[in-house]
Ligand binder design. Structure first.
Ligand SMILES: Nc1ncnc2c1ncn2[C@@H]1O[C@H](COP(=O)(O)OP(=O)(O)O)[C@@H](O)[C@H]1O
Ligand SMILES: [Mg+2]
Length: 408
């Protein structure tokens, strides 16, 4: 009994050293080290439970790190901007998206929002949510630098045990939404304006006729012709608007089929011959003998060609020409409509595919234009996953090009 006691007491310093070394590596974050305390049963039991404890801690730690990095990944890659502030209003976190929105590239932790973002609205919102303890505050803010951007900011307080511990501000970019709303508003204003002009002409001339001009045979005829023309203009405008809204709303179902482009081109050119002849304009075709077939909605692409050739004739000079060409590229067929006409000034080029945009409003209207032809072209080609571009020299001609998917 005594001897055994002696042996144990001799062993104790070694066991303690072993345990201390294990505890130290544990404290340093190495959870993988296992402890062995020798063969004695009660010592082995202790070692086992220490080992099992460190194993459990290691697992929890790994889970925690995985959770944390998952959270960080979500936070960093979020499409919305996020800022977290503490109870005193100092920034704790700001994600990459928000840094990009606000053009912030300095350290932000510990600073007040106003110190890093020159925007009083954001600062006020942050203060409001911390002081009023309201559940949610929202505000729309407009940034002017580096480009105009509209952000919808939602601020929510973070509560801990009933007390305000900070706030989370989420910044949602609504620039595109606001832009589209404006496009829609402008569109409605434009349509009303375009409709009003012919309608008031019709009204004016019918009144004149009713008030007695009907008996003046010569004038009556002239007035009726004007009324007839403006009624035609209205019909054209309404048809173009309907076409455009059908394509845009995605209601127009494309009937995609393998077609020979040349057949479509021939048909359109044949239909335009008379119109071209009136202005002494020659229609030409420049197409390789063998051209790959394309997968298109024939009627829609015929309309694209019609609109482009019509423009090429209308905005041409007497005696000029219009050439419809086609060539193959590795994945598509590129079609071009080139004219020798009046050309388009450089500054107007980026806008001519917009609805109702016209370089010369009066000229377009005199020629029976609605200002919607190119917008329809653009949308039909988008529906075909094609693209349209234009090159032009003022006073010497324009070339419109578009691509169509080739059948391989
Ligand atoms: N081939 C062209 N040459 C010169 N200008 C053109 C040509 N095609 C289009 N444009 C310009 O683009 C504008 C928009 O064309 P479009 O949408 O077809 O409307 P519209 O022909 O009814 O005016 C025209 O008013 C004209 O100013
Ligand atoms: Mg046109």
């Amino acid at each position: 009994m005594k001897i055994r006691h002696k042996i144990v007491s001799l062993l104790i310093p070694r066991l303690l050293r072993e345990t201390a070394a294990w505890a130290k590596s544990f404290a340093d974050g190495d959870f993988s080290r296992r402890i062995s305390l020798g063969a004695r049963e009660e010592m082995e039991e202790l070692a086992d439970s220490l080992n099992s404890m460190s194993h459990q801690i290691q697992l929890r730690m790994e889970e925690f790190i995985a959770d944390k990095s998952r959270l960080e990944a979500v936070f960093l890659s979020m499409f919305d901007g996020v800022m977290v502030i503490d109870g005193r209003g100092a920034i704790v976190l700001m994600n990459q998206t928000l840094r990009k929105f606000l053009q912030v590239d300095t350290e932000v932790t510990g600073k007040k929002p106003l110190e890093v973002i020159r925007n009083i609205d954001i600062q006020e919102l942050a203060e409001r949510v911390l002081t009023t303890r309201s559940r949610l505050e929202s505000r729309e803010i407009t940034l002017l630098q580096p480009e105009e951007r509209v952000l919808l900011v939602h601020a929510t307080p973070v509560l801990r045990e009933g007390a305000i511990d900070g706030a989370v501000l989420v910044f949602h970019d609504i620039t595109e939404l606001r832009r589209l709303e404006k496009v829609r508003r402008d569109f409605v204003a434009n349509v009303s304006h375009e409709l009003r002009t012919p309608v008031s002409t019709i009204q004016g001339y019918t009144e004149t006729l009713l008030e007695g001009a009907l008996d003046d045979k010569e004038h009556a005829r002239e007035f009726l012709r004007i009324i007839h023309d403006d009624a035609g203009r209205l019909t054209k405008l309404i048809n173009d608007l309907l076409d455009l809204s059908r394509i845009e709303s995605g209601k127009m179902k494309l009937a995609l089929e393998e077609c020979s482009l040349e057949t479509v081109i021939d048909r359109v050119l044949a239909g335009m011959n008379k119109e071209a002849g009136k202005n002494s304009i020659t229609l030409k075709k420049d197409i390789p003998r063998r051209l790959a077939k394309v997968r298109i909605d024939e009627a829609a692409i015929a309309q694209v060609l019609f609109n482009l050739v019509e423009n090429a004739i209308k905005y041409n000079n007497a005696g000029g020409s219009v050439t419809v060409g086609a060539r193959e590229t590795p994945r598509s067929v590129e079609v071009s409509v080139a004219d020798t006409g009046i050309g388009i000034p450089q500054e107007d080029l980026p806008r001519i595919f917009e609805r109702f945009y016209r370089v010369d409003k009066a000229r377009s209207r005199d020629l029976g234009g609605t200002g919607l032809g190119l917008a329809i072209v653009k949308h039909i080609l988008q529906a075909h996953s094609g693209e349209v571009s234009v090159e032009s020299r003022f006073n010497s001609g324009s070339t419109f090009r578009f691509t169509l998917p080739k059948v391989v």
